[in-house]
Design a protein around this ligand. Sequence first.
Ligand SMILES: Nc1ncnc2c1ncn2[C@@H]1O[C@H](COP(=O)(O)OP(=O)(O)O)[C@@H](O)[C@H]1O
Ligand SMILES: [Mg+2]
Length: 317
Amino acid sequence: MIIICQKCMTRFHLDDDATDKSTFVARCTVCGHLFSAYKPNRVQEITFLDLEKARQDETNDQVIAISNRKGGVAKTTTCLNLGLSLALLKKRVLLVDFDAQANLTLSLGQKEAPTFYDAQKKIGKRLDDFIVATKYSDLWLLPSGRNMVLLNKMYFGARNFEYMLKDRLNTVKEQFDFILIDTPPSIEFYTLNALTASNRVLIPCQCDYLSTHGVDQVLRLIKLIREKSNPQIQSRILFTMLDRDSHASRLILRKIQALYQGQTFDTVIEMDGVLKEAQILNMPAIQYSQKSVAGTQYIELAKEVIAIAEASVPPLP
Ligand SMILES: Nc1ncnc2c1ncn2[C@@H]1O[C@H](COP(=O)(O)OP(=O)(O)O)[C@@H](O)[C@H]1O
Ligand SMILES: [Mg+2]
């Protein structure tokens, strides 16, 4: 069988007995790129690595999926505002809109840009060609659009379909400090791909009691993915839309903080009307108003995300 390095597109022929694993990690001997491969038959020029080595190589990755089984909990809002906040703190950030509703793409004023689906249709083309600059420095977007629903169909029944996004992002991730992936509420093709591609999951949870069901469902899925395909994946819950003036809202926050003790961000995002105004103008909150409470809290969240990332980098040998 032939496998293709997704970065430099070199084709390799593989021997039948090269490995007995159905999924393995290979390093391209031409460009040095690491990529997942499946069911090889013959080997000529591939260096095989065991998964343990691949894991060590990937511990520095900062690919963060933003996911919750529930809609309307501020997934897209968090992706946009956290993304811009990281960029304002001088990090190079790629936002991946992996929701066919394309709210993130629209929020950044991109309407007709080619999408990730177009990128997959033109497999010979580099993913870089589909990444667009936003009007904010250090912030880039891999857009979504109506044709993204066809991705699911394109890969229907394909073996290891959940590695599709990971393999493509591997070709560009060295260019960015953080990659944030916005996901739809449903847990299927898109979310599975996003979680497989990520080493961290940020789970926005609205400060109401029913939201914990959506969080539990994502946590169960993450556990499954950790066991099956992505052993290093970690998750943290972000409480959003807290109404500080409401006694009930504060009470619920305390209860759910206790429920998920040790698994939450210190930063909490409050309900903020400015954020809605900013949304009408397709702007991140802090860009619309320096005084935005939620905007300022997203900057604090970005600092927390950076601190977590820096704490996880292993010391140099
Ligand atoms: N902190 C907040 N304060 C006020 N409104 C918010 C806040 N966060 C999100 N919203 C609003 O809630 C709605 C749903 O947010 P969105 O990010 O689209 O959720 P999701 O992507 O999870 O479906 C949007 O109208 C958004 O403007
Ligand atoms: Mg959304």
